[in-house]
Write a protein of this length. Structure first.
Length: 671
């Protein structure tokens, strides 16, 4: 009997399988401002009593819950939604209980015997009266008065028809739903968490640029030179300008062109070898300008509709002030030197990693957090974090949590080309977006399997992909040998498969494709180790094509989220077909269908099969497929249609489906 002392045996309702949640509620789910959160749960009890379920949500720090009635979907599954309109953290949960009034109402509707109905009305009157008394005791006089009128009505002599009408009245049902008893309420074991982030967390286009290569003369560029490039970048439709590290670069073991071990005096070194006598992670490279010049660049970018993203790389050159000031933060070799970074057989003598197992780990963590704090104070709210998978998970959870508590507008992109579980752990810990394996997914099977995983399984609640066809570190074999069609194809896939994508800009615009070594992915004459002068006015530049892609993304809400992505059948393995719909519209909104030729060398053709009903089309009516890239218009009818794509002309159709031809004039025009 002692085991029963702390048990409420009258609580009969069960709540199970609450979704969405991440790892049983250990980590928050993610949304952006303006989105709705759909919550589902299994709710049931013993017997046949009627239940009531409520979805509860509140912002972190609020004491009062906002409640939304849940609706039964069938088979004990319940659903409700709430909107998130402000940045920051939220809590949500579900409660449920046996509702005696709802049970009474359900049974009353089925009663036919006049005597049974009369007794039932008296039972109902008692339920309503108790609610009225409770309202009066709580000072809710108006509600108590309304309920008292219903008590009198239920106790008055009524015909069976009038009794049914009174007991099932919608006004009474509403009053009891709002003020009725909540006895023996079942609650979830823990409140679940939600992080709400800016729209750019879900939809963004990134352009990567080395400021030091922005000078038109070929000399070392400055922030002012970079500022001159802003209108062109914004004009192409990008909204995030990402800069590699802008800090002083060490002279010790500086790398030369093409990662040469010996550097000449004029060689600028790698921006990722951070730190020199004039400063470290909170300083800017003197040849780029001053901190005031940087702030001016941030402001000028914002005026162009661009947010500036900074690279944060937690590593040091041998000359970084941290090495002398905090020797305990580094791992020392038996020969008395600091252990440099290695990935045998590769050696990075110009980079010292931090030792996160140091006894002084707490001051180290605090200092690294202060780096973010410093740049946030300069106006930066987006950070691309270099190799976060080589730093402690616990540090990231603490650091990002602390920063987002004060600055919920911040966005963190994880540059973590690593094992899947590690990538996903970083996303759970707080990283807003993540680089992906898209860079190396080229075949139809690879793309379908990978993007089905990213968009349809539960990891989408916390893992937001950011698709990059190239980076300063990665020139894939596909781009090395695929020519112009390969660059067009991969940009279009990145821009339409993902709502977040980016390019290493000038190199992509100008289709840089020469690798340093056969079989390798490093660029020849990589901008990581030397200044480059880019002829961005070259006649064969892809800038116009990229501009069209970004305009299509901005004009079509269907391409501004990931969750509606669906793949469709094509009878040719070199053709990939997929669609997206506008998730903000209750009827599915307008649809975009993309057909891509994955072969950059040869024309490919085949028959695509579209699920017309799911795409909002009428199967027995013709519809228009408008290619937003070329402007071509096709009149189709039925789910099965023929496609031929010549990569030398365009490897991709991005088709807007018009629901139906509205008039005979429209029909004649498109014929």
């Amino acid at each position: 009997m002692s085991q029963l002392k702390n048990l409420e045996g009258r609580r009969r309702t069960v709540i199970e399988n609450l979704r969405p949640q991440v790892d049983g509620g250990r980590f928050p789910i993610k949304r952006v401002v303006g989105e709705r959160v759909t919550v589902l749960a299994d709710i049931f009890c013993d017997g046949h009593d009627a239940l009531r379920g409520l979805l509860r949500h509140r912002q972190a720090g609020e004491s009062t819950w906002h409640e939304t009635p849940m609706r039964a979907l069938g088979n004990d599954r319940w659903q409700a939604e709430f909107a998130v309109d402000e940045l920051g953290r939220y809590e949500y949960s579900v409660i449920a209980w046996v509702d005696r009034f709802l049970t009474w109402r359900h049974d009353l509707a089925r009663r036919q015997n006049e005597a049974d109905i009369a007794v039932a009305l008296l039972v109902g009157a008692e339920l309503v009266e108790r609610t009225a008394q409770r309202c009066k005791a709580a000072g809710q006089d108006e509600a108590a008065a309304h309920l008292a009128k219903w008590v009198a009505r239920l106790r008055a002599p009524l015909s069976p028809a009038s009794a049914h009408a009174a007991g099932l009245d919608s006004e009474l049902a509403h009053l009891m739903a709002v003020h009725g008893e909540r006895n023996f309420v079942a609650e979830c074991e823990r409140n679940l968490e939600l992080v709400v982030e800016p729209l750019r967390a879900r939809f963004s286009a990134w352009y990567e640029l080395f400021p030091r290569s922005c000078a038109e003369t070929g000399e070392h560029g400055t922030f002012a030179d970079c500022e001159k490039r802003l209108p062109a970048i914004a004009g192409m439709g990008f909204d995030v300008l990402y800069l590699p590290p802008i800090h002083p670069i060490g002279a010790g073991y500086r790398k030369g062109p093409n990662n040469a071990l010996q550097a000449a005096a004029i060689d600028p070194g790698s921006p990722w070898a951070i730190g020199a006598a004039d400063g470290g992670h909170k300083a800017v490279h003197a040849q780029l300008g001053t901190l005031a010049d940087f702030r001016k660049l941030v402001t000028a970018a914002r005026e162009q509709g661009l947010e500036l993203a900074m690279d944060i790389a937690f590593q040091c050159s041998p000359d970084h002030p941290y090495v002398k000031a905090h020797p305990s933060w580094f791992r020392w070799r038996p020969d008395g030197r600091v252990q440099y970074a290695e990935n045998p057989p590769k050696k990075y003598q110009d980079i010292y990693p931090f030792d996160f197992e140091t006894d002084d780990w707490q001051p180290l963590w605090e200092e690294l957090k202060s780096v973010f704090d410093f740049w946030i104070a300069q106006g930066v709210s987006i950070f691309r974090v270099d190799n976060p998978h080589t730093k402690p998970f616990a540090m990231w959870e603490w650091l990002i949590g602390e920063i987002k508590r004060e600055h919920p507008e911040t966005i963190f992109l994880a540059e973590a080309f690593t094992r899947p579980r590690v990538m996903h752990r970083l996303a759970k810990l707080g990283f807003t977006q993540s680089y992906t394996y898209f860079t190396w997914r080229n075949t139809k099977r690879e793309l379908i399997e990978y993007f089905t995983e990213l968009t349809l399984n539960e990891s989408r609640e916390y893992f937001r992909p950011n698709l990059w066809p190239n980076t300063p570190d990665i020139l894939t074999e596909f781009l090395q040998y695929g020519g112009r069609p390969a660059f067009m194809l991969r940009a279009a896939l990145a821009a339409t498969l993902g709502a977040n994508y980016g390019i290493y800009g000038p190199a992509y615009e100008l289709m840089e494709h020469q690798a340093r070594d056969a079989g390798g992915e490093e660029y020849l004459n990589s901008e990581k180790y030397q200044l480059r002068r880019w002829d961005l006015q070259r006649a064969d530049s892809l800038s116009d094509y990229i501009t069209r892609l970004n305009r299509i993304r901005r004009d079509n809400p269907a391409l501004q989220s990931d969750w509606t992505l669906r793949f469709h059948d094509v009878d040719n393995d070199m053709l990939l077909c997929y669609s997206k719909s506008d998730a903000t519209q209750t009827d599915g909104g307008d649809s975009i269908v993309v057909v891509a030729n994955l072969d950059p060398h040869h024309a490919q053709s085949g028959w695509i099969e579209l699920p017309l009903e799911a795409l909002g089309m009428e199967a027995d009516r013709p519809y228009q497929a408008h290619d937003l890239l070329s402007g071509a218009r096709f009149l189709w009818q039925g789910p099965r249609n023929f496609i031929r794509l010549d990569p030398q002309a365009s490897p991709v159709h991005i088709l807007s489906l018009r629901r139906r031809l509205r008039t005979e004039r429209d029909f004649d025009y498109f014929l």
